[in-house]
Design a binder for this molecule. Sequence first.
Ligand SMILES: Cc1cc2nc3c(=O)[nH]c(=O)nc-3n(C[C@H](O)[C@H](O)[C@H](O)COP(=O)(O)OP(=O)(O)OC[C@H]3O[C@@H](n4cnc5c(N)ncnc54)[C@H](O)[C@@H]3O)c2cc1C
Length: 239
Amino acid sequence: MKALDLKIPADLDEAYDLLNSRRNATLLAGGLFIRLQKKTHPLLIDLNGLNLDYINEIKDGFIIGAMTNLRSLEKSKLPKAITDAVKQISGIGVRNMATIGGSICGRYPFSDINTALLALDAYLVFYKKGKMSMKDFYENGLDEKDILVEIYIKKPVFSGTKYFKKVYTDLSILNVSMVDNRLAVGARPGKTLVIENFNEADFDKIPFGDDYRASGKYRKALFEALYQDLLEERGAYGS
Ligand SMILES: Cc1cc2nc3c(=O)[nH]c(=O)nc-3n(C[C@H](O)[C@H](O)[C@H](O)COP(=O)(O)OP(=O)(O)OC[C@H]3O[C@@H](n4cnc5c(N)ncnc54)[C@H](O)[C@@H]3O)c2cc1C
């Protein structure tokens, strides 16, 4: 990756104007995935000066700033679906840099955190567009250039995330989040699927595919095991 120019705006207005000032202007959060690209960026806009690193507990939920890193999420009192999802993402060094906003805006199909946020039915707040459901954004993206400011999640009764990785630091072969009566199944390897009011009779309809990590058949067997683990955890929790 090469950057021809780097700006560090002091507020959202300035960041938004910079983003829309050039066709190829790119927002930079943790920068971990941007750095992997073989691309020359005419302008990178570093979001680190915007004070978007916070987790605020409110009566019925939490508000998380887009620049909050995964290590802060892991150490927080956020619902278990999130803390479970982030605790085995790569190593602590990566979790200290990777942000929740970068994970959401990348819309990565392998993402453990996106599966948890979809099960939590999170909603997102963009600077100009305002509120949008995580599901809508994950499936359709945005039709304009905008900045994700914060994420809102409600407190669930039960929530948990399970995944299977070949080795600790690898991407998940499959991830499953359960939040009350909603289930999200990701890294299938396609995009995360959300099932409302899940019923075991519907599980045969979940498509699992093959890739270099695992076969669809293996993923289906994993799903059944991870789902049982979540049910047991929910039973132990008393819900
Ligand atoms: C070695 C490694 C291992 C990983 N393993 C896992 C794993 O096992 N599970 C997992 O879920 N994830 C994993 N990840 C991904 C990681 O969790 C993050 O999703 C990823 O690093 C992107 O976050 P970032 O802050 O670095 O975003 P960046 O790379 O800075 O940005 C990503 C994209 O989002 C855009 N963007 C960033 N912030 C905003 C914003 N506020 N508004 C609008 N657009 C924005 C950027 O322009 C860019 O297009 C891994 C990453 C690495 C490098």
